[in-house]
Write a protein that binds this ligand. Structure first.
Ligand code: DC
Length: 227
């Protein structure tokens, strides 16, 4: 690939358990692009709120605190990082407590404005281009992305994958938690989880991860070739 190749912006949205993170990282690594996990940013703000005694159900308190945490994302797909006020947040943002509270925090408009600005500046700085994964990337954060993908999968497939990741946790409970979070993320007023009108929908239920990666890489290459 020559240095004259235009940067390409790829938005990958969808609910959890559809293979978004694994697909996004692998596509970015294959094509030599940067990678941004926007869910990690919302989780990082949520972790900061919990650590600083902010009641996540108090929207006014969350809104007031939204500008305080300093969130820095490392965008190498082989080793993505996230820090909050200089501290490594990669472990703490995956706890069940953060997972249970992140939808409430990410529904607050002041939080979304702050994180959206951060996401746009990271995308603009990626000279070779970037794969950005989330819920509202194609609709709100980067509406001019070169390629928008919306990943879906049946609730059963998603719960089974998540339970595997969480090392044997109960599939029924995982399914209920996933659906609860989807409902909250899809029904919030500010930039809900949604498929952009011009997004390509890929149902991953019966596909292997490798097949999904190949499908998205091909779509990016076709887009780059102007097809
Ligand atoms: O992708 P994830 O499960 O780590 O995301 C955690 C939460 O963050 C998710 O439940 C909703 C929120 N989120 C969001 O509102 N907008 C995004 N672009 C990404 C995540």
């Amino acid at each position: 690939m020559s240095d004259t190749v235009e940067p390409v912006i790829v938005a990958i949205d969808g609910p959890s358990g559809t293979g978004k993170s694994s697909t996004s990282k692998a596509v970015a690594a294959t094509l030599g692009l940067s990678y941004l996990d926007t869910g990690a940013q919302y989780r990082a703000i949520t972790w900061w709120m919990i650590s600083n005694g902010v009641d996540v159900n108090d929207r006014a308190a969350v809104a007031t605190a939204a500008a305080k945490p300093v969130i820095v994302s490392g965008t190498d797909p082989a080793a993505p990082t996230i820090t909050v006020d200089g501290a490594d947040a990669s472990g703490p943002i995956r706890t069940p407590e953060v997972t249970a509270k992140v939808s409430a925090v990410s529904a607050v408009p002041e939080v979304r404005t702050r994180v959206t600005e951060l996401q746009r500046s990271i995308a603009a700085a990626a000279d070779k281009g970037i794969v950005v994964e989330g819920r509202d990337i194609g609709t709100t954060v980067l509406p001019d992305a070169d390629l928008k993908i919306f990943l879906t999968a049946s609730p059963e497939a998603r719960a089974a994958r998540r339970s595997g990741e969480l090392k044997g946790s109960d599939v029924t409970a995982t399914r209920a938690a996933l659906l609860k979070r989807d409902t909250a993320d899809s029904s919030r007023t500010t930039s809900p989880l949604a498929k952009a009108a011009d997004a390509v929908e890929v149902d991953t239920t019966d596909l292997t991860l490798q097949q999904v990666i190949e499908c998205v890489v091909t779509l990016v290459e076709e887009r780059r070739a102007g097809r």
